[in-house]
Ligand binder design. Sequence first.
Ligand SMILES: Nc1ncnc2c1ncn2[C@@H]1O[C@H](COP(=O)(O)OP(=O)(O)O)[C@@H](O)[C@H]1O
Ligand SMILES: [Mg+2]
Length: 390
Amino acid sequence: MSGKVLVVDDDASVQRLLQYTLKQEGYEVALAADGTEALRLWTSESPTLILLDVTLPTLDGYEVATRIRAEEGPGSHVPIIMLTADKDVQQKVRALRAGADDYLIKPFHPAELLARMKSLIARFSPSDTLVGRPPMGRIHAYYGAKGGVGTTTIAINAAIALQGLGRRVCLVDGNLQFGDHRVFLDLGLDRKSIVDIVSAPAMDGDLIRKIVQPHDSGVDLLLAPPSPESADLVTAAHMHQILELLRESYDYVVVDIDKRLDDVNLMVLDVAETIFAVMTADLSCLKNVRLVLETIGHLGYESGKLKLVLNRSNAFTGINVKSAEGALKRPIEFQIVNEYRGAISALNTGDPFMASKADSVLGRSVLDFARAVDKSGPAELAQLAPLASR
Ligand SMILES: Nc1ncnc2c1ncn2[C@@H]1O[C@H](COP(=O)(O)OP(=O)(O)O)[C@@H](O)[C@H]1O
Ligand SMILES: [Mg+2]
């Protein structure tokens, strides 16, 4: 990974540390100790990315970011990571408002800095990202036949597993009212969401790139609104447009939706190439899946568009896979093992098991699932080589 990073910090020891870390990773480094110098080097050095301290002599970090955003041309966007001093939410919000794409709280781990940098650089230079091939553009809907069956758990971890297989992935929290991704991924309410897309004057790929949030796994996230009442601002037509734009930049657009068959969810099901209906082997879930299968039939989708995913497949419920398949009159294509401790501790720490415990039983089960998903679908897509480097 190469590129030039402009480091803006007035503290010489921070400068030295960042310079060392970045050079080790093969980046060129330009250094500025105040805001005015930062603006000058931004123009003369055309950095690939800027690391920008908040407190600086002359102009502070917010002012520098604001000026850069005001002055850069419409087609250009230099990724900025703001380095803030404390956990104060106000500071983070101010950083994002000023035009930063991400922020890190000092002191941070170099590995986290590098992960976030790589993700931002990949996001803002699409031509480098896709190394000579167009994105696969597959929209996958994860539909929970019932709340609590593990749809969000599987969508998030499958997205991370697909990214690990070398695909570019955007994970969309389509549960607009009560989206859980901020909790599952430990992200604050200040992070931008789908509402920031639909309330902008015009929607395009550039705007979406600015709103999606990079996760340390490399997956980009399109979050649900921070509060339920703003969910109504997102219409089915918006969702359609957003998913179509996302498919132009990503191999997989993974959309997590709940059981409601409202206009927005129906739109997601409609544009999806495949619907993964997540279920557990209990009677009420089987009943819902039956209803969904009927609805899918009425909508005129070909039956292969929907695939059944049995979660917690080896948990004892008194209903085994065979009898569930018999009741539904269709095969269960995928199974994910039951491991409550692994799933719940990942949820409660905000650290998905696919990122931190990929080698656990649950991690391996989701990885097998992701591999099978990646191989399935249109033959010409399934054969596309993964990205060469990430
Ligand atoms: N394979 C699994 N094994 C054990 N517990 C799981 C599994 N998948 C999900 N869970 C647990 O089930 C609960 C509901 O999961 P969640 O993903 O929020 O479901 P949904 O999105 O369908 O409402 C969570 O506590 C989660 O940890
Ligand atoms: Mg959910």
